[in-house]
Design a protein around this ligand. Structure first.
Ligand SMILES: [Zn+2]
Length: 246
């Protein structure tokens, strides 16, 4: 069959030739896909509404020799709440960039799809930090980089004390006995560690109930960012935009 239907979340839209755009999708059926949307920048295009970044759409795709293209599209949900503020949009773009970076094409993962769908459903400007931390931890865990927060990464003993250290390269916490000055480490208080565990465990729609203070927030942010950048081997583009909004 040359045509096939997908449920897709729009991650990214990049202008191509004329009025065409290359759209990066995360689909329920096929995972990430890059597809061509012909003529979509024309005012008369019927596909326009269905390929807006951060929308959830039903798309009819047509197989092509080099790249598949969008034949028809219908938006299912445009997530109005996340579009009400710059912070909401910046966070959505950060989450989309994470999914783009940590997934491969044609490798479907329904957990990743639902994670993103749930996150966009509850995303509003005011709860965006907690949501994006939880999303990042859950996504990394799902793609094989689950941080180890219970036992020391070297000796497997439970970590104790008011403060612990997280090692991005080892992907977990280290106890006082095993910690050496040479390995890059991020200091986190025990309270922040408990918050991190809650962020990983709690369902996305319950996350608005989690309260995290400023200093714990700074520790959590530093830990998650270092962990992500270690695995990505680069900085996330949309980080700079989010930092500007703080
Ligand atoms: Zn140890």
């Amino acid at each position: 069959m040359r045509e096939y239907l997908v449920d897709a979340i729009i991650l990214k839209s990049v202008r191509a030739r004329d009025a065409d755009r290359i759209i990066t999708l995360y689909t329920k059926q096929h995972g990430k896909k890059r597809v061509m949307a012909h003529g979509v920048d024309r005012a008369v295009s019927k596909k326009r509404g269905s390929v807006q970044p951060f929308s959830y759409s039903k798309l009819l795709l047509r197989r092509g020799r080099e790249i598949d293209s969008i034949d028809q599209g219908e938006p299912i949900e445009i997530f109005q709440d996340l579009r009400q503020s710059l912070e909401g949009l910046a966070t959505a773009s950060y989450l989309a960039e994470l999914v783009d970076n940590f997934t491969s094409e044609d490798d479907p993962d329904p957990v990743v799809f639902n994670l993103l769908l749930d996150a966009f459903t509850v995303l509003k400007g005011d709860c965006s930090e907690v949501l994006s931390w939880a999303f990042e931890l859950k996504l990394l865990s799902q793609v094989g980089y689950c941080p180890c927060l219970e036992e020391c990464v070297f000796c497997d003993q439970p970590v104790k004390g008011d403060k612990v250290f997280f090692l991005p390269e080892q992907g977990g916490v280290v106890c006082n006995n095993c910690k050496t000055a040479e390995v890059p480490a991020i200091l986190i208080s025990l309270g922040s560690l408990e918050s991190l565990k809650a962020l990983m465990r709690w369902e996305t729609r319950m996350l608005h109930q989690i309260r995290i203070g400023m200093s714990a927030g700074r520790e959590i942010q530093a830990m998650i960012r270092a962990f992500t950048e270690y695995h990505l081997e680069k900085k996330m583009k949309s980080c700079n935009f989010i930092d500007l909004l703080k």
